[in-house]
Ligand binder design. Structure first.
Ligand SMILES: Nc1ncnc2c1ncn2[C@@H]1O[C@H](COP(=O)(O)OP(=O)(O)O)[C@@H](O)[C@H]1O
Ligand SMILES: [Mg+2]
Length: 316
Protein backbone atom coordinates (compact mmCIF):
# COMPACT_ATOMS: atom_id res chain seq x y z
CA UNK A 1 0.00 0.00 0.00
CA UNK A 2 1.19 3.50 -0.76
CA UNK A 3 1.82 5.64 2.29
CA UNK A 4 -0.15 8.85 2.60
CA UNK A 5 3.07 10.54 3.75
CA UNK A 6 6.64 9.31 3.65
CA UNK A 7 9.41 11.57 5.01
CA UNK A 8 13.01 10.42 4.64
CA UNK A 9 15.92 12.29 6.17
CA UNK A 10 14.14 15.65 6.17
CA UNK A 11 16.15 18.64 7.26
CA UNK A 12 15.53 22.36 7.08
CA UNK A 13 17.96 25.06 8.12
CA UNK A 14 16.91 28.70 8.30
CA UNK A 15 19.71 31.04 7.29
CA UNK A 16 20.90 33.47 9.94
CA UNK A 17 23.71 34.09 12.34
CA UNK A 18 23.84 31.47 13.67
CA UNK A 19 21.60 29.45 11.28
CA UNK A 20 18.63 27.67 12.89
CA UNK A 21 18.45 23.93 12.28
CA UNK A 22 14.67 23.77 12.63
CA UNK A 23 14.37 20.19 11.36
CA UNK A 24 17.29 17.82 11.86
CA UNK A 25 16.60 14.49 10.18
CA UNK A 26 12.95 13.47 10.31
CA UNK A 27 11.93 9.98 9.17
CA UNK A 28 8.28 9.05 9.38
CA UNK A 29 5.49 7.34 7.48
CA UNK A 30 1.75 7.88 7.78
CA UNK A 31 -0.54 5.08 6.61
CA UNK A 32 -3.64 5.93 4.64
CA UNK A 33 -6.84 6.12 6.65
CA UNK A 34 -5.08 7.00 9.91
CA UNK A 35 -4.69 10.10 12.03
CA UNK A 36 -1.05 10.91 12.80
CA UNK A 37 -0.06 13.45 15.44
CA UNK A 38 3.10 15.53 15.53
CA UNK A 39 3.57 16.59 19.16
CA UNK A 40 6.02 18.82 20.86
CA UNK A 41 6.70 22.19 22.48
CA UNK A 42 7.02 25.53 20.66
CA UNK A 43 9.99 25.64 18.34
CA UNK A 44 10.23 21.83 18.05
CA UNK A 45 9.98 22.01 14.25
CA UNK A 46 6.36 20.88 13.85
CA UNK A 47 5.21 23.69 11.53
CA UNK A 48 8.41 23.52 9.47
CA UNK A 49 7.91 19.77 8.96
CA UNK A 50 4.21 19.98 8.11
CA UNK A 51 4.82 22.89 5.69
CA UNK A 52 7.47 20.83 3.86
CA UNK A 53 4.88 18.03 3.54
CA UNK A 54 2.32 20.58 2.29
CA UNK A 55 4.70 21.76 -0.43
CA UNK A 56 4.87 25.28 1.06
CA UNK A 57 8.52 25.06 2.13
CA UNK A 58 11.45 23.36 0.46
CA UNK A 59 13.50 20.90 2.50
CA UNK A 60 17.20 21.62 2.86
CA UNK A 61 17.77 17.90 2.33
CA UNK A 62 15.68 14.74 2.28
CA UNK A 63 12.26 14.27 0.76
CA UNK A 64 8.56 14.18 1.69
CA UNK A 65 6.52 12.00 -0.68
CA UNK A 66 2.77 12.57 -0.55
CA UNK A 67 0.31 9.83 -1.63
CA UNK A 68 3.21 8.17 -3.41
CA UNK A 69 3.96 11.32 -5.42
CA UNK A 70 6.88 13.74 -5.40
CA UNK A 71 6.58 17.52 -5.01
CA UNK A 72 9.30 17.86 -7.67
CA UNK A 73 7.35 16.19 -10.45
CA UNK A 74 3.70 15.88 -9.36
CA UNK A 75 2.92 19.09 -7.48
CA UNK A 76 -0.45 19.70 -9.16
CA UNK A 77 -1.64 16.15 -8.65
CA UNK A 78 -0.72 16.35 -4.97
CA UNK A 79 -2.39 19.74 -4.51
CA UNK A 80 -5.70 18.44 -5.89
CA UNK A 81 -5.78 15.68 -3.25
CA UNK A 82 -4.82 17.52 -0.07
CA UNK A 83 -6.48 20.06 2.21
CA UNK A 84 -4.49 22.48 4.33
CA UNK A 85 -5.34 24.46 7.45
CA UNK A 86 -2.37 26.61 8.46
CA UNK A 87 -1.34 27.45 12.02
CA UNK A 88 -2.51 31.01 11.39
CA UNK A 89 -5.07 31.40 8.65
CA UNK A 90 -5.62 34.86 7.24
CA UNK A 91 -9.07 34.74 5.70
CA UNK A 92 -10.38 37.80 3.92
CA UNK A 93 -12.38 39.62 6.62
CA UNK A 94 -14.85 41.16 4.19
CA UNK A 95 -15.96 37.95 2.50
CA UNK A 96 -18.85 35.93 3.85
CA UNK A 97 -18.43 32.30 4.91
CA UNK A 98 -20.15 31.12 1.71
CA UNK A 99 -18.04 33.41 -0.50
CA UNK A 100 -14.87 32.18 1.21
CA UNK A 101 -15.75 28.54 0.57
CA UNK A 102 -16.83 29.24 -3.03
CA UNK A 103 -13.42 30.87 -3.60
CA UNK A 104 -11.48 27.95 -2.12
CA UNK A 105 -13.64 25.45 -4.03
CA UNK A 106 -12.59 27.19 -7.27
CA UNK A 107 -8.96 26.12 -6.65
CA UNK A 108 -9.93 22.44 -7.10
CA UNK A 109 -11.07 20.57 -10.23
CA UNK A 110 -13.51 18.53 -8.14
CA UNK A 111 -14.78 18.77 -4.60
CA UNK A 112 -17.73 19.42 -2.35
CA UNK A 113 -20.51 21.89 -2.86
CA UNK A 114 -19.56 24.86 -0.63
CA UNK A 115 -22.78 24.29 1.33
CA UNK A 116 -21.70 20.72 2.10
CA UNK A 117 -18.41 22.02 3.51
CA UNK A 118 -20.37 24.58 5.58
CA UNK A 119 -22.57 21.81 6.96
CA UNK A 120 -19.57 19.66 7.86
CA UNK A 121 -18.45 22.38 10.26
CA UNK A 122 -22.02 23.26 11.37
CA UNK A 123 -21.96 26.88 10.22
CA UNK A 124 -25.12 27.02 8.09
CA UNK A 125 -26.62 29.83 10.19
CA UNK A 126 -23.42 31.85 9.60
CA UNK A 127 -23.20 31.23 5.83
CA UNK A 128 -23.93 34.88 4.97
CA UNK A 129 -21.99 36.42 7.86
CA UNK A 130 -18.72 38.20 7.10
CA UNK A 131 -15.58 36.54 8.43
CA UNK A 132 -14.77 39.56 10.63
CA UNK A 133 -17.99 39.05 12.61
CA UNK A 134 -17.15 35.45 13.61
CA UNK A 135 -15.73 34.22 16.93
CA UNK A 136 -12.27 32.62 17.07
CA UNK A 137 -13.75 29.14 17.14
CA UNK A 138 -16.05 29.88 14.18
CA UNK A 139 -13.14 31.29 12.15
CA UNK A 140 -11.15 28.16 12.87
CA UNK A 141 -14.08 26.04 11.67
CA UNK A 142 -14.17 28.08 8.43
CA UNK A 143 -10.42 27.48 8.04
CA UNK A 144 -11.00 23.73 8.39
CA UNK A 145 -13.93 23.94 5.94
CA UNK A 146 -11.62 25.58 3.35
CA UNK A 147 -9.35 22.55 3.80
CA UNK A 148 -12.31 20.15 3.34
CA UNK A 149 -14.01 21.81 0.36
CA UNK A 150 -11.71 20.15 -2.20
CA UNK A 151 -12.82 16.75 -0.79
CA UNK A 152 -9.20 15.83 0.04
CA UNK A 153 -7.82 12.37 0.73
CA UNK A 154 -5.26 13.88 3.08
CA UNK A 155 -5.89 16.70 5.53
CA UNK A 156 -3.13 18.79 7.16
CA UNK A 157 -4.06 20.64 10.34
CA UNK A 158 -1.43 22.75 12.12
CA UNK A 159 -2.46 23.38 15.76
CA UNK A 160 -6.17 23.28 14.86
CA UNK A 161 -7.41 23.92 18.40
CA UNK A 162 -4.81 26.23 19.92
CA UNK A 163 -6.46 29.08 21.76
CA UNK A 164 -9.99 27.73 21.36
CA UNK A 165 -12.58 27.40 24.11
CA UNK A 166 -13.47 23.84 25.24
CA UNK A 167 -16.69 23.65 23.21
CA UNK A 168 -14.94 24.76 20.00
CA UNK A 169 -12.19 22.23 20.63
CA UNK A 170 -14.76 19.44 20.95
CA UNK A 171 -16.48 20.64 17.75
CA UNK A 172 -13.18 20.37 15.88
CA UNK A 173 -12.44 16.95 17.37
CA UNK A 174 -15.80 15.76 16.01
CA UNK A 175 -15.05 17.16 12.53
CA UNK A 176 -11.64 15.47 12.47
CA UNK A 177 -13.08 12.16 13.72
CA UNK A 178 -15.81 12.19 11.06
CA UNK A 179 -13.28 12.89 8.29
CA UNK A 180 -11.13 10.01 9.52
CA UNK A 181 -14.11 7.65 9.85
CA UNK A 182 -15.01 8.37 6.22
CA UNK A 183 -11.59 6.98 5.23
CA UNK A 184 -9.53 10.19 5.16
CA UNK A 185 -5.97 10.55 6.41
CA UNK A 186 -5.03 13.33 8.83
CA UNK A 187 -1.68 14.81 9.83
CA UNK A 188 -2.10 17.21 12.71
CA UNK A 189 0.28 19.04 14.97
CA UNK A 190 -0.57 19.92 18.53
CA UNK A 191 1.01 20.68 21.85
CA UNK A 192 -2.06 19.34 23.66
CA UNK A 193 -1.25 15.82 24.74
CA UNK A 194 -4.90 15.03 25.60
CA UNK A 195 -5.91 15.97 22.06
CA UNK A 196 -3.31 13.64 20.62
CA UNK A 197 -4.36 10.76 22.87
CA UNK A 198 -7.96 11.21 21.85
CA UNK A 199 -7.55 11.67 18.09
CA UNK A 200 -4.37 10.01 16.92
CA UNK A 201 -3.66 6.42 15.91
CA UNK A 202 0.07 7.15 16.04
CA UNK A 203 2.12 10.07 17.27
CA UNK A 204 5.67 11.32 16.89
CA UNK A 205 7.10 13.31 19.79
CA UNK A 206 9.23 16.13 18.38
CA UNK A 207 11.85 18.10 20.26
CA UNK A 208 14.49 20.42 18.82
CA UNK A 209 13.95 19.27 15.26
CA UNK A 210 14.15 15.56 15.97
CA UNK A 211 11.80 12.70 16.80
CA UNK A 212 12.24 11.43 20.36
CA UNK A 213 9.69 8.62 20.07
CA UNK A 214 7.08 7.39 17.61
CA UNK A 215 4.28 4.86 18.23
CA UNK A 216 0.64 4.55 19.27
CA UNK A 217 -0.19 6.68 22.36
CA UNK A 218 -1.02 3.49 24.30
CA UNK A 219 2.30 1.80 23.55
CA UNK A 220 4.31 4.95 24.29
CA UNK A 221 2.68 5.18 27.71
CA UNK A 222 3.02 1.44 28.41
CA UNK A 223 6.72 1.59 27.46
CA UNK A 224 7.32 3.94 30.40
CA UNK A 225 6.90 0.91 32.66
CA UNK A 226 4.97 3.14 35.07
CA UNK A 227 1.37 3.68 34.13
CA UNK A 228 0.40 5.67 37.23
CA UNK A 229 1.58 8.95 38.67
CA UNK A 230 1.28 9.92 42.35
CA UNK A 231 1.09 13.69 42.72
CA UNK A 232 1.66 15.03 46.23
CA UNK A 233 2.77 18.03 48.24
CA UNK A 234 4.25 18.34 51.73
CA UNK A 235 4.86 21.31 53.99
CA UNK A 236 8.52 22.29 54.30
CA UNK A 237 9.15 20.92 50.83
CA UNK A 238 12.03 23.33 50.15
CA UNK A 239 14.25 21.43 52.61
CA UNK A 240 13.79 18.07 50.87
CA UNK A 241 16.19 16.61 48.34
CA UNK A 242 15.22 16.74 44.64
CA UNK A 243 14.93 12.95 44.51
CA UNK A 244 12.71 12.62 47.60
CA UNK A 245 10.80 9.33 47.30
CA UNK A 246 13.01 7.85 44.60
CA UNK A 247 14.07 4.87 46.73
CA UNK A 248 10.51 3.76 47.54
CA UNK A 249 9.28 0.38 46.24
CA UNK A 250 7.92 0.50 42.69
CA UNK A 251 8.96 4.11 42.02
CA UNK A 252 10.38 4.49 38.49
CA UNK A 253 10.90 8.24 38.38
CA UNK A 254 10.51 11.42 40.43
CA UNK A 255 10.12 15.01 39.33
CA UNK A 256 8.67 18.34 40.34
CA UNK A 257 5.64 19.96 38.76
CA UNK A 258 5.50 23.50 40.21
CA UNK A 259 4.46 23.07 43.90
CA UNK A 260 3.89 19.35 43.55
CA UNK A 261 6.11 16.34 43.33
CA UNK A 262 5.33 13.47 41.00
CA UNK A 263 6.27 9.83 41.42
CA UNK A 264 5.92 7.58 38.39
CA UNK A 265 4.95 4.17 39.74
CA UNK A 266 3.94 0.74 38.60
CA UNK A 267 1.77 -0.13 41.59
CA UNK A 268 0.17 2.76 43.52
CA UNK A 269 -1.11 0.40 46.23
CA UNK A 270 2.50 -0.46 47.11
CA UNK A 271 4.06 2.95 46.65
CA UNK A 272 1.44 5.06 48.48
CA UNK A 273 1.71 3.35 51.92
CA UNK A 274 5.51 3.49 51.62
CA UNK A 275 5.37 7.20 50.76
CA UNK A 276 3.02 7.93 53.67
CA UNK A 277 5.30 6.22 56.19
CA UNK A 278 8.36 8.04 54.79
CA UNK A 279 6.53 11.34 55.23
CA UNK A 280 5.51 10.46 58.80
CA UNK A 281 9.02 9.24 59.67
CA UNK A 282 10.51 12.55 58.60
CA UNK A 283 7.96 14.52 60.62
CA UNK A 284 6.48 16.15 57.51
CA UNK A 285 2.88 17.16 56.84
CA UNK A 286 1.16 15.88 53.72
CA UNK A 287 -0.85 18.76 52.17
CA UNK A 288 -2.23 16.97 49.11
CA UNK A 289 -2.15 13.59 47.41
CA UNK A 290 -3.81 12.41 44.20
CA UNK A 291 -3.08 9.78 41.60
CA UNK A 292 -3.64 9.80 37.87
CA UNK A 293 -2.96 7.64 34.84
CA UNK A 294 0.28 8.40 33.02
CA UNK A 295 -0.24 10.46 29.86
CA UNK A 296 1.73 11.45 26.78
CA UNK A 297 2.93 14.41 28.82
CA UNK A 298 4.79 11.94 31.05
CA UNK A 299 6.20 10.31 27.92
CA UNK A 300 7.53 13.70 26.82
CA UNK A 301 9.13 14.31 30.22
CA UNK A 302 10.69 10.85 30.12
CA UNK A 303 12.37 11.39 26.74
CA UNK A 304 13.09 15.13 26.88
CA UNK A 305 14.14 15.25 30.54
CA UNK A 306 11.90 18.26 31.14
CA UNK A 307 8.21 19.16 31.12
CA UNK A 308 6.43 20.55 28.07
CA UNK A 309 5.98 23.84 29.90
CA UNK A 310 9.44 24.05 31.45
CA UNK A 311 11.87 26.68 30.28
CA UNK A 312 13.73 26.30 27.03
CA UNK A 313 11.53 25.07 24.24
CA UNK A 314 8.49 24.92 26.50
CA UNK A 315 5.00 25.91 25.46
CA UNK A 316 4.43 29.56 26.22
N1 LIG B 1 10.84 31.91 8.79
C1 LIG B 1 11.73 31.57 9.71
N2 LIG B 1 12.94 32.14 9.77
C2 LIG B 1 13.87 31.79 10.70
N3 LIG B 1 13.65 30.84 11.65
C3 LIG B 1 12.45 30.22 11.64
C4 LIG B 1 11.42 30.54 10.68
N4 LIG B 1 10.34 29.76 10.93
C5 LIG B 1 10.67 28.99 11.99
N5 LIG B 1 11.92 29.26 12.42
C6 LIG B 1 12.64 28.62 13.56
O1 LIG B 1 12.61 27.23 13.38
C7 LIG B 1 12.39 26.54 14.60
C8 LIG B 1 11.19 25.62 14.46
O2 LIG B 1 10.01 26.41 14.29
P1 LIG B 1 8.58 25.77 13.99
O3 LIG B 1 8.72 24.74 12.92
O4 LIG B 1 7.65 26.89 13.74
O5 LIG B 1 8.25 25.05 15.38
P2 LIG B 1 6.86 24.60 16.02
O6 LIG B 1 5.80 24.64 14.96
O7 LIG B 1 7.12 23.24 16.56
O8 LIG B 1 6.58 25.58 17.13
C9 LIG B 1 12.24 27.61 15.65
O9 LIG B 1 13.48 27.77 16.30
C10 LIG B 1 11.88 28.83 14.86
O10 LIG B 1 12.33 30.00 15.51
MG1 LIG C 1 3.98 25.60 14.88
Amino acid sequence: MTYAIECRGLTRTWPGNPPVEAVRGIDLVVEQGTCFGVLGPNGAGKTTTIEICEGLLAATSGEARILGLSWNSDADRIRQQIGISLQETRLSEKLTVLETLTLFRSFYHAGLDPWQAIDKVSLREKAHARIKTLSGGQKQRVAVATALVGNPRLLFLDEPTTGLDPQSRRDLWRIITEFRQAGGTVLLTTHYMDEAERLCDRVAIFDRGQILAIDTPKRLIAALGAEHVIVFAVSGDQNLPEDFGSGLPGVIGVRRESEHRCLSVREPHVAIPALLSLITQQGLQLTSLTTRQATLEDVFVHYAGRGLNDGEGGVR
